[in-house]
Write a protein that binds this ligand. Structure first.
Ligand code: ATP
Length: 197
């Protein structure tokens, strides 16, 4: 992760840029100053759809709501830039920026390197990389206990993501669905043929 830019997102009214340096980047600040809002921003741009898990009631709550000194804004945006020099993401760019913007209507727009895309494209881009709203690269408060106490099948999911087979499992599921649909179509054709005979 190289940098994150937040604008109109939660407590970040103005465009705020944070560089992640090599090694460890620590964010310190008093309670309520917006530290957790940064990790919410990361999960959000990676596709988090649950307003509750972002500590809000509805998606609109993530847009800067105004303060004594500042008016509310009309949209919230987060961009996350990753170093892709090693081509670990399947895109032919040395840097990849994913962006999500939400308007007061609740509608989200997604972009990869400033080109409009679908949420699915972002999810697929990060599949098996360990980066993602549910992936192990973001470990929230309480998540360690959750991982340790969780059901063994769910724990297995973490290892599946780490070993890089989630992509294949998800493609297998899609193919199985298509096969099933095709079987249904075949059955219908057989029915039609026997009706005609
Ligand atoms: P702690 O150390 O207590 O966990 P923190 O630094 O992680 O605190 P956050 O929880 O990230 O702080 O930030 C909470 C702050 O963000 C609150 O002051 C809250 O008012 C503000 N905030 C959240 N959503 C919005 C919004 N939509 N508009 C304006 N401010 C917001």
């Amino acid at each position: 992760m190289k940098r994150i830019e937040l604008s109109g997102f939660k407590s970040f009214a103005d465009k705020t840029e944070l560089e992640f340096v090599q090694g460890i980047t620590a964010v310190v600040g008093p309670n309520g100053s917006g530290k957790s809002n940064i990790s919410d921003g990361i999960r959000w741009v990676l596709g988090e759809q649950s307003a509750r898990s972002l500590r809000g009631g509805k998606m609109e709550d993530i847009i800067f709501a105004g303060s004594d000194a500042r008016k509310a804004v009309n949209f919230g945006e987060v961009s996350l830039t990753l170093d892709n020099a090693s081509q670990s993401l399947p895109l032919d760019y040395a840097e990849v920026t994913v962006t999500r913007r939400v308007h007061r209507s609740g509608e989200s727009e997604y972009m990869i390197n400033r080109q409009a895309c679908r949420l699915k494209d972002i999810t697929e881009l990060f599949m098996d990389t360990g980066i993602g709203k549910e992936a192990y690269s973001i470990i929230g408060q309480g998540r360690i206990e959750e991982i340790l106490s969780t059901k063994s099948e769910e724990r297995r999911g973490i290892f599946e993501e780490a070993s890089g087979i989630v992509k294949y499992k998800s493609r297998k599921k899609e193919t199985e669905k298509k096969l099933q649909e095709t079987e249904q179509n075949l059955l219908r054709i057989h029915d039609l043929v026997s009706e005609l005979e």
